[in-house]
Write a protein that binds this ligand. Structure first.
Ligand code: SAM
Length: 212
């Protein structure tokens, strides 16, 4: 049995009890070794349902948040997803384990380098770049899904433009302290917006985000 397999299965069981019903996501999260995405001192806490520090004042999101946002995104194998805020690389790995084509942007070069190392070591195929993800990644647009893992004052317009027909953006929107998770679906030229949960995220810093 692999390291922390029992703890990982318990984490997945808790996610199921908290309402994550998509079995593909539960399987992906049972597969991805979260303890390899957190700094050494937190290895033993990797399967607690909590966010953990990853350095540079940033965090790896709580497992429930990752599962919930991924479930809201509702993407299928082979589709293209843009993630804004690579952080540890864990969310990107979960998406890659689902078979989606992941493009991810991180503004902090050291975090990006760390994420790149572990994603490559584990063999997850993820396309990444450093920079401001609040303006999206036009070269690879349109995307079936866009997941923003940092909080924005509003939904960045460039991201709306980079969505495919029927595509979804999942993004925490609100003040710097508290946000509602917005799920926006593009239907033709119309955007349907729902707000589904309250969360607390680190801020999205950039042209279409907050000032650094
Ligand atoms: N998805 C990450 C994971 O699985 O570990 C969690 C990310 S953490 C909550 C948010 C990340 O967004 C931080 O690493 C931060 O540096 C990054 N970030 C903030 N503003 C950004 C921007 N404009 N473009 C790209 N990354 C940004």
């Amino acid at each position: 049995m692999g390291r922390f397999e029992t703890e990982r299965n318990e984490m997945v069981e808790q996610l199921r009890e908290r309402g994550i019903t998509d079995t593909r996501i539960l399987r992906a999260m049972a597969q991805v070794e979260r303890h390899l995405f957190v700094p050494e001192p937190f290895t033993n806490k990797a399967y607690d349902d909590s966010a953990l520090p990853i350095g540079k004042g940033q965090t790896i999101s709580q497992p429930f948040t990752v599962a919930f946002m991924t479930q809201c995104l509702g993407v299928r194998r082979g589709e293209k997803v843009l993630e804004v805020g690579t952080g540890s690389g864990y969310q990107a790995a979960v998406l890659a384990a689902l078979g989606v084509r992941v493009f991810t942007i991180e503004r902090n070069p050291e975090l990006l380098a760390g994420a790149r190392r572990i994603l490559d070591r584990l063999g997850f195929r993820v396309v990444s770049k450093g920079g401001d993800g609040s303006i999206g990644w036009p070269a690879f647009a349109p995307f079936s899904g866009i997941i923003v893992t940092a909080a924005a004052p509003d939904v960045p317009q460039p991201l709306l433009k980079q969505m495919d027909e029927g595509g979804k953006i999942v993004i925490p929107v609100g003040s710097r302290d508290i946000q509602a998770l917005a799920v926006i679906t593009r239907i033709g030229e119309r955007y349907d917006r729902r707000e589904v949960e309250s969360f607390k995220f680190v801020p999205l810093i950039g042209k279409m985000g907050w000032e650094g």
